[in-house]
Design a binder for this molecule. Structure first.
Ligand code: ZN
Ligand code: ZN
Length: 254
């Protein structure tokens, strides 16, 4: 069984745990008390997208309980409170393996260096794509993705409704900011394929009156009953668990 446990996804904190019966990897650790929600003795690797606190603030807590490596670009690892031996510097488009997971890091576009990750769970063959905190995805193309975990931060419509933009708006909507749902949809329409089973929408802005509004915009645009669309509540109170792949019932001659 392959599952995803989401501890949070918004500008307040992001943390995703991908796990099977034997082990887990953590993707971003920007919420507090990560260790209380994951069996850290089974954590084989921690992938960090970038250096903003909503993606890495719990590193200082986790590092005392966790014996393996943190994976990210050099700029991010340089400012994490960890020793050299705990760092694995990733290079864009150079894959690496963490036990049962094969991982391809790639560049996404933010105001600091930021990694997206394509993750293959080798035993099940599931491919999971993780893209968060990026202003654009227009030059990214992927084949055979089963599960998209992707930002859908805001809508351009909200921008048109504003009379005046403040500094936060410029950060969000600018060329180094966050992904608008319209761009998320265009990307999904170009990258969804026969294998796609789920789309998990993340980092939804607090300016959104109701996060389910974002889910409905995507659901209507994708219009495919076979694909489950999940929007992560930016004010998540309890961890959200999603089954990505059930165990197969196997028959034996016994
Ligand atoms: Zn963020
Ligand atoms: Zn960020």
């Amino acid at each position: 069984m392959l599952k995803l446990k989401i501890l949070g996804s918004s500008s307040k904190g992001n943390c995703f745990i991908l796990y099977d019966n034997e082990e887990n990897i953590i993707i971003d650790c920007g919420v507090k008390n990560t260790c209380q929600n994951v069996d850290i003795t089974k954590t084989m690797g921690i992938l960090i997208s970038h250096s903003h606190l909503d993606h890495c603030k719990d590193v200082k807590e986790i590092k005392d309980y966790y014996n393996y490596k943190f994976y990210s670009n050099k700029e991010t690892l340089d400012i994490l409170p960890i020793i050299e031996a705990q760092k694995y510097v990733t290079e864009y488009k150079v894959p690496f393996e963490i036990n049962q997971f094969k991982i391809m890091p790639f560049e996404v576009y933010h105001d600091v260096p930021n990694n997206g990750y394509l993750i293959k769970h080798i035993p099940s063959g599931m491919k999971i794509l993780y893209i968060i905190d990026t202003s654009s995805v227009s030059n990214l193309h992927f084949k055979d993705v089963d599960v998209f975990i992707i930002e859908a931060n805001h809508s351009y419509e909200w921008l048109f409704e504003k009379d005046e933009l403040d500094a936060k708006d410029y950060r969000t909507y600018g060329s180094q900011g966050h992904l608008a749902v319209e761009d998320t949809i265009e990307f999904l329409q170009n990258n969804i394929n026969y294998n796609t089973k789920k789309v998990i929408l993340t980092h939804i802005s607090s300016s959104c009156n109701d996060y389910l509004e974002i889910k409905n915009i995507v659901k209507n645009a994708i219009n495919d009953e076979k694909i489950e669309i999940i929007a992560v509540n930016p004010n998540l109170k309890e961890p959200l668990e999603v089954v990505l792949k059930e165990d197969l019932n196997q028959f034996n001659f016994e």
